[in-house]
Design a protein around this ligand. Sequence first.
Ligand code: PMP
Ligand code: GLU
Length: 397
Amino acid sequence: MSFISERVNNLAASATLVMSQKSAELRAAGVDVINMSIGEPDFNTPESIKEAAKEAIAANFSHYSPVPGYLSLREAICEKLVRENGLHYTPAQIVVGNGAKQELCNALLATVNPGDEVVIPVPAWVSYVEMVKLAEGKPVLVYAGVDQDFKITPDQLEAAITERTRVVMFNSPSNPTGSVYTKKELAGIAEVLERHPYVLILADDIYEHINYVGGAPSISQFESLKDRMIVVNGVSKAYAMTGWRIGYLAAPLEIAKACSKLQGQYTSGVSSIAQKAAEAAYRGPQECVEEMRQAFERRRDLIVSLAKEIPGWIVNKPEGAFYLFPEVSSYIGKRNGNQEIKTSGDYVLYLLEEAHVAAVDGDAFCAPGYLRLSYATSEDNIREAMRRIRVASEKLL
Ligand code: PMP
Ligand code: GLU
């Protein structure tokens, strides 16, 4: 007999976190693993942000904060949304949570009824499908492979929308593919959404600053969709603040209130200290964002050129985020001694054991036959990891 609920039994563990944990364990056991599984900036949080946190402790920001976050932080977020995105929201429309992750989940829990359909372009980040399942919704996957640069077309979206569709999720720059939709491509998507006025749009803009095209447009910028747009973002990626756990959503008032009510019952306002640090991130100097972006761009160029030397890999040129998502199915059916590769998951495990490089199976992103490498690591690590992958792959016959 098990005490575990069906809700949790039906949930997949987060593959990114599992793989990262596995590689940390191997490292603790003395194995020289290069961890390219987890997607997080390898940079430290900028000094001015850390100082703000220290000052917050000294000034006794140690009490419960308002459930949706301090007003001063929500004001700073509203100013950021105007300054960087041309979006006008009031603080009452902002809810700050435990990372963008919690606000994505809140948005789904607050709007999806059992059986409602949620359209997810895939490959998609590991948690989208599982969050929809938690909300008892039905994920409807719309697939775009490397042959279409992992971007869905307006026709594909139109075909996926039914009268049961409640939400369409959208993420550009994308995790795990690094693809960035152009303004024109987004206009095509927006035109479809305009034809379905009862559908909410959940725009995950968390990688907006990490792009190599001079600015990534977002579906959230279409004024015609604003009254049913939920924008999710946060400080994790842009300011190298993954561990501080600050993200937010901006939404129509009714939805923001619902998310706040939900949050008030199961987590309350997030860490007071982290909120003050996030406020400093939004109000302080912004050079750090561009410096990190430039480093990611150099790494992107490096990893793409090295990936092209690996026999059988098919890669796009990712224009944002910090992931490479090669198609690796040419290795399926190959073997090294008595080790046979039957799936991309087997190949990922083989690379961990043989090359000591941790990646994530594409299956976790609803794209079997692919794998994901996070290049948010040093250029030396990237060079060495790709060398090891090439050597190990060449042993597969
Ligand atoms: N969305 C996407 C696409 C992500 O890759 C991540 C990173 N885990 C998140 C949301 C959540 O970020 P966080 O909770 O750290 O703000
Ligand atoms: N976004 C990161 C990733 O995809 C962080 C881990 C997670 O929360 O999934 O690896």
